[in-house]
Write a protein that binds this ligand. Sequence first.
Ligand code: NOJ
Length: 559
Amino acid sequence: MATASASLPRDHDWWRTAVVYQIYPRSFADSDGDGIGDLAGLTSRVGYLRRLGVDAVWLSPFYPSALADGGYDIDDHRAVDPRLGSLADFDAMTAALHEAGLRVIVDIVPNHSSNRHRWFLEALAAAKGSPARQRYIFRDGRGPDQSEPPNDWKGAFGGSAWEAVGDGQFYLHLFAPEQPDWNWDNPEVRADHLETLHFWADRGVDGFRVDVAVALAKDLSEPLLSAAELAWRPAGPDHPLYDRDELDEIYAQWRTVFNQYDPPRSAVGEAWLSDHDRLARYARPDSLGQVFDFDLLRADFDARAYRDRIAPALARAAHLGSSLTWVLSNHDVVRHASRFGLPPLGPEADNSKSEARDAAWLKSGGQEPAEDTGLGLRRARAAVGCLLALPGSVCLYQGEELGLREVVDMPAEARQDPIFFRSDGVGRDGCRVPLPWQADGPSLGFGPGPAHLPQPDWFADFAVTVEEADPESTLSFYRLALAVRRHLLRQLPRPGDPMGLEWLRAPVGALHFRRPGGWHCLVNFTAPPFPLPAGEVLTASGPLPDDKLPEATTVWLRS
Ligand code: NOJ
């Protein structure tokens, strides 16, 4: 059984404080000019990741897929999409990352396969009620000729959550029709996923990101609830689809697998739950051990909003002995440099409404509202400065270190996201545009040919080569902040108190906290500029004119 590479420290707790860089492989770096990023392209950029100073990379799916949902529709969970390379390329990439001191996290998508998975093709060819159909969720249609879906549920991307297969039966898909949901009551499905975990862990993968971690277990006993009844029922043990207690057993089995490795493989759950007590179940050491904390991703750029989310999260983590995984952006949401330029929802606002606000903004054509279009980026830098100073782990999304904004001006014919095709939403392509590595060339250094999603002209201003040459750039800020963070964390007494944070007084509209080791972080969200406290400036997200901390700026100090 594979152990960690010799170049990585044998640290069982690395994931608790790791800075993880999310790579959307098809948009990161293209080695062969087919317009699609690939594993060899990624390997060629390991030096960039090492210089950036992150601890790990998380790869969104790189498995064979028809790309009905950006690769989250998986034909074979134990193979590499030939357009992205081969298993040998995967091994070479893992070796290069490990050699550079970076860990590798892969995406596991256990709620659904693609409709091209061999087991789904078998199910379609098999008779009603056959064992092959029991691996998925098939139900009889309603109406005299069984032509109506079993009920009125909608898929997450719009349209019915049921798809007819032509013999009176329908299958359930919580996402696109090309993503049939697995039946997790079936022991074969459970065993197959354990095999997938072993497959990647044996290849030296250090951890797993678990897609839609709360949806696997389902209770579809008759009568099925209507969509309206479902909408009113909070996720939790009584909800037929989300966050059911049966998940405990599934993840306990997974944990047993993770712990068979040395060091144990880590896992982080994608769980968009608003009930923090329920969320905590997935972060338990006998479960996944970690969940993304999406609270700050959904918060306005506002001191009170941040403190109201950070303080209870820290208290919960301390109580449970778990850690936190902060995140501002990923491949599913409007890039935060754009979000932070939008009008705030206000401190009392319902968190979940921010997604509706962002979607409405995209649909309206995505004009940045302020005359000062740099505001979103200044806030973005200040916010990540705050996150990187917090106890816990931080997950960055590729391109945020360049300060990229959402690409809104994209022709309909270029779009790929099922949300665009199945609903009246614009979708998520705007945050998945291939990275600009240089200011010229057919795809700004992404690859030798044009990119699979068009890059706007302004991307050239954010190219890696441009920002590397500018000490004030967003990239330079990220590199310095990550280097300082690494240095400061090294000074924490081991095992120490990596979760420690003490709030200090700050002007209204600002936050100030101290971390163990005598350093502190001051974030001015919206206050007028105020004098910096005494201390050595370790890094700042922007200029500090007259030794004052201006609005939308974060500084780290040692006193
Ligand atoms: C969450 C993933 O992040 C998203 O991109 C995907 O569309 C859904 N899960 C379905 O797999």
